[in-house]
Each structure stands twice: as C-alpha cells, then as structure tokens.
Design a protein around this ligand. Sequence first.
Ligand code: MN3
Length: 228
Amino acid sequence: MTFDLPDLPYEYDALEPHVSAKTLRVHHGKHHQGYVDGVNEALGTTGKKRLTLEQVILEAAGRSSEQSLFDKAAQSWNHAFFWNCMTPDGGGEPEGELARHIDMDFDGYDKFRAAFKSAATGLFGSGWTWLVIDNGQLRVKTTANAMLPMVQGQHALLTCDVWEHAYYLDYQNERGKFVDAFLDHLVNWDFVASQFEQQLENLDRARRRRQDARADFAHLAFANEGAR
Ligand code: MN3
C-alpha cells in the first residue's frame, strides 16, 4: 500500500492572520507531502507494505539502518496530528474534564501555558512541543527532529511544530510570537479533548493505583510503628 497526504481539516487561508496561507501551502503541500513521498519510496524496497503508519514508525524506531524511514514516517504522523491540533478561532482555555486534569497536573491553565511556551521557545534546533499523558499524568515535553511520544510510551494530546519552516515566513526569528498565536488563537481543544477522553479510563486507573500505593505505604509505616 502507499500512504496518501491527508487533506488539511480547513482551507489554506483559514488560520490567517496567525498562520498565513503561504506558510500552510508550503508546509502541507511541500514539507508534509515530501515526508509522505519519502515513506512510500523507502517502503518500495522493503517488505513492509501492509503496515499502518504507526507500525512503520514503531518498527523503524531505534534501528540505525532505518533512521531515514523513521524520520519520514514520524514526520508524516506528526504533521497529520499537528493539523488536527489547530482550528480557526481556537486557542484559549480548555473546558470540562481536560481542564480539570490540567488544573490538577499543572496547578492551573496559566502554569500549563507558561510551561508549554517555555518548552517551545527553549527547544534548541528543530522539533516539536507536546502535551502528553506520561505514566498517568499530563506533562509538557519536547522532542528533537522527528521524534514523537508514541515511541517513548506516552500518549500525545497536543503538539506544536517548532521547526523553523512552521513559522519563519510569518514570524521570522520570533518563535515565541508563533507559540503565543498557537496557544491563544489556534489550539483545537475539542480535538485535544477527544484524544484525552480515549485515555481517561487509563489515566484514572493510574491515579487510583498511585493513591492505593500511598495508602499501602501509610498503612505499612503505621504497622511498623506498632511493632516496635
Ligand atoms: Mn513541519
């Protein structure tokens, strides 16, 4: 099978003025297309034609002989996910259960926002900034180049592309202004919430396990105290 470039979930000019149509045309039509073409070319010479994109990524990850396939497959996945993370008139604070978990794990939306911006602007070189579920908790992280959370055992909820090609035509060297626009005007919280809700049951189970472990520890400490 060959992989196709997924359509953008909106028109090329839909994210203006925050991301220009020119940026989106090049980013989707040239960069993303190039990664998808690269996967198809690479798979043409191997026996992996029936794998999903996720399977290609996980199989190629960590194998030096498949670094180039990994990079193109991971970038194909990252960009498809990134387009869904944005919407016209998005951004601002999320609502509902997701908001409650952001409050719990970051001590409020403002601290989440500061952590995400600081990670995005602090990443040296090319890569991605993510909100992930990591070991039962929400966490902000960055990855270099094409790396992505699924390879590291985490669930991606939100990503921002901070490769220069994502913002240079619109913001030149000012990555921070792009990240501000992303957070305040573009984040598709409905999409993020849909990713989050798929994981909510696992998340609540992990939280209960941690609470049970603490309760067991407290009980054990009390029993030891009584045995002295
Ligand atoms: Mn990109």
